[in-house]
Design a protein around this ligand. Structure first.
Ligand SMILES: O=c1ccn([C@@H]2O[C@H](COP(=O)(O)OP(=O)(O)O[C@H]3OC[C@@H](O)[C@H](O)[C@H]3O)[C@@H](O)[C@H]2O)c(=O)[nH]1
Ligand SMILES: [Mg+2]
Length: 663
């Protein structure tokens, strides 16, 4: 920095930074900041300025804070000074004298203490990074500047072939060495549902919620893993849920009121992420809460927080010491994810991937990130997720005039990131020991106008869990695994109005598609196992045209891998399109069954039930509902249909031993 003008920031270590114009001089024992006119950098570093009584200065920059210092503990006073040094004097600007609102003033400092301790490097580091990122954003700097995108190659799986089965088996073996981590701190504003997303029914045939399905899948996979190891298992597979203030209490309540869905309560750990401070302007002045002038406004920091939480909680270290090898991350509403987890774990183990991200073929413009190889002129190279809002501009800027477009396969050439990551514990902990779990952040301010000087509303720094590989050395083994489009991804993110506007042929990512995709996937899997399942019919719910397949649902207890399904299905069976099949018990063997209607079958674990013959009844019907009918519960309205349970054959076998159902 040089030339004539106002120089606003100087620290004793000689670093230049931009600061707000209101403050004349402030500092502490380590840092001195001065506002002064100078004609060159040399003048600016004039020694005589160093003689200033630094401590006095910092406080005198804010007379209102000075008048209130006596109400604070020494720690609080230090934090307040730190804020002044970091250009945050506006926080104290309107303060009345001591004696008025003292509790509120202390509460602000308590909040500052929390914001400070929950961010790697503290608030000072947050403000510093924010200034840098805001300056880059204002200058229109492209985060991928100098990088050329190309299509990376990964392990492509085809459901049900020998390779898939081999990976599944290898993956199941690894489950006893894995920990599972669900990021569920997001409220899902886009969905327009008021509850927590993990409590939503994954499908309404049985009404099982996402969290129950996840927990049962983990338990069953870990049992299968133990069986493979001939019972040589000492531990319960750990399950961590990252929550936030928006979801924590309700997640805990859901677990407690359902006896943790069969898990030991000690096996489940909730880690709550804190929000981060909002930023009011390009100088990274912290935004005051519009509802309370003694609070800083906060917003979520993104799912990337999961890394620093796993690190700072000590869990990672504990897992490493216990000999665990893998951490499997997943998101809140994907009813299909466990169909691909065993095979993906198998890929991780076989290929010795430090990072393995699971992906599906991606339609251009689909709101999922694209896995991309980025190559820099200086030799740097990485395979990384490019988030969906960045892929199109990046492609256009690097010689692809059509931007984010489908290729001859009908899909984007860039595989779609589904944010299901498998990290190897050893390299993961090594990396986090260096970074403290801090993930590369970004800022996305909405500017008032093209001068980019003011924001429409406050912004904040954000980070994404899939950006973890960005700091890894080139030696890191980063790979990805692609599965069939119908197998592994059916998130519930979009409300009916937004979903109905999704380009034709692209997945809706709605409650409607989330549920119908589960029936499709289960039907396709039964087909691969030799069952004759009728073709689907096309129907429109909430303005979305979807394929309606037979409603086939099974509990993880019945099958967690394709090998399980194949073992339990034999002979020649058929299921008509209008049918519903619900399989709940462990040893239910489907043999020469002809189903045209609804069959619900359950059994105790040590019973074996052969199910065959012909089942015919009026069954359960999918019926449209009006999404605006407020008499219906929200979780029904967001799907646009309900299940009318007209008639069924329901059988439960509660005695051990062999049974058979042959109507
Ligand atoms: O602060 C947060 C934000 C989000 N989350 C959780 O992170 C998960 C993903 O959040 P969102 O659904 O908002 O994610 P997005 O749809 O924006 O994109 C994400 O999923 C699709 C992928 O292809 C994208 O690359 C990924 O970023 C959810 O489980 C959510 O609960 C947090 O735990 N904390
Ligand atoms: Mg999001």
């Amino acid at each position: 920095m040089g030339g004539e003008g106002w120089f606003r920031r100087w620290s004793l270590d000689g670093e230049w930074e931009a600061l707000p114009p209101t403050v004349r001089a402030y500092g502490n024992r380590d840092l001195l900041f001065i506002d002064f006119m100078a004609s060159s950098t040399a003048d600016a570093t004039n020694d005589k300025l160093a003689n200033v009584q630094i401590n006095e200065l910092s406080i005198s920059a804010s007379p209102n804070l000075q008048k209130n210092l006596s109400i604070f503990s020494p720690d609080q006073a230090e934090l307040a000074k730190m804020l002044l040094v970091r250009g945050q004097s506006h926080l104290f600007e309107d303060w009345p004298d001591a004696g008025v609102d003292d509790d509120e003033k202390k509460a602000l400092l308590d909040q500052v203490a929390l914001l400070n301790s929950s961010y790697p490097g503290g608030l000072a580091s947050y403000i510093k990074t924010a200034r840098e990122l805001l300056a880059d954003s204002k200058a229109g700097k492209n985060p991928f500047d100098g990088f050329i995108p190309s299509v990376p190659s990964g392990e492509v799986l085809t459901f049900g072939d020998d390779n898939f089965i081999k990976y599944e088996e290898a993956g199941v073996r690894q489950v006893q060495n894995a920990a599972f981590v669900l990021v569920a701190g997001g409220l899902g504003e886009r969905l327009g549902y008021n509850g927590i997303k993990v409590a939503l029914p994954m499908e309404t045939t049985t009404g099982t919620c996402f969290l129950q399905h996840y927990i049962e899948s983990i338990l069953c996979l870990s049992e299968a893993s133990c069986r493979q190891a001939q019972g040589q298992c000492q531990r319960d597979v750990p399950f961590v849920i990252m929550t936030s203030d928006d979801t924590h209490a309700r997640t805990l309540q859901l677990l407690e009121s359902n006896a943790y869905f069969g898990m030991k309560s000690t096996q489940v750990k909730l880690l709550k992420q804190e929000k981060v401070a909002c930023l009011a302007d390009n100088d990274a002045r912290l935004a005051i809460d519009p509802k309370n002038k003694y609070r800083i406004q906060t917003k979520p920091h993104g799912h990337g927080d999961v890394h620093s939480l796993l690190y700072s909680s000590g869990l990672l270290r504990e897992w490493k010491d216990a000999g665990l090898r893998w951490v499997v991350f997943f998101q809140d509403t994907n009813g299909l994810l466990f169909k691909a987890i065993p095979a993906a774990l198998g890929v991780s183990a076989t290929k010795e991937y430090h990072v393995n991200s699971l992906s599906v073929p991606r339609k251009a413009k689909e709101a999922i990130g694209g896995i991309t190889r980025l190559t820099h002129a200086d030799g740097r190279e990485m395979v990384i997720n490019v988030e969906y809002n960045q892929l199109d501009p990046l492609l256009r800027a690097t010689g692809h005039p059509d931007g984010d477009a489908n290729c001859e396969t009908g899909y984007s050439p860039y595989p779609g990131n589904i944010n299901q990551l498998i990290l190897e514990v050893g390299p993961y902990i090594d990396e986090l020991s260096k970074t403290g779990g801090a993930i590369k952040e970004f800022v996305n301010p909405k500017y008032k106008d093209s001068t980019k000087t003011a924001f429409k509303s406050s912004t904040r720094l954000e980070c994404m869990m899939q950006d973890y590989p960005k700091t890894l050395p080139p030696s890191a083994r980063v790979g990805f695994t692609v599965t069939d489009p119908w197998l592994a991804y059916a998130p519930v993110k979009n409300n009916p109005d937004d979903a109905s506007k999704v380009p034709k042929g692209n997945p809706y990512h709605s409650a409607t598609s989330g549920e119908t995709s589960i029936y499709r996937s289960n039907s396709m899997i039964l087909r691969k196992a030799g069952v004759k399942v009728d073709d689907p019919v096309s129907q429109v719910f909430n303005g979305q045209e979807v394929e309606v397949w037979s409603r086939v649902v099974w509990k993880p207890k019945w099958a967690v891998t394709f090998a399980d399904v194949k073992r339990k299905v034999s002979g020649s069976s058929s299921i008509s399109q209008k049918s519903t099949l619900v399989v709940k018990g462990r040893n239910i063997l489907i043999e020469d069954l002809s189903l045209d209607g609804t069959l619900v079958i359950d059994s105790v674990d040590d019973a074996e039930v052969k199910v065959g013959g012909s089942v015919q009844n009026n069954g359960w019907k999918i019926e449209s509902v009006d999404k605006d009918d407020t008499a219906l519960p929200e979780e029904v309205r967001i799907r646009g249909f309900k299940i009318n349970k007209v008639e069924q054959l329901e059988k439960s076998y509660n005695e051990p031993g062999k049974h058979s159902l042959k109507p």
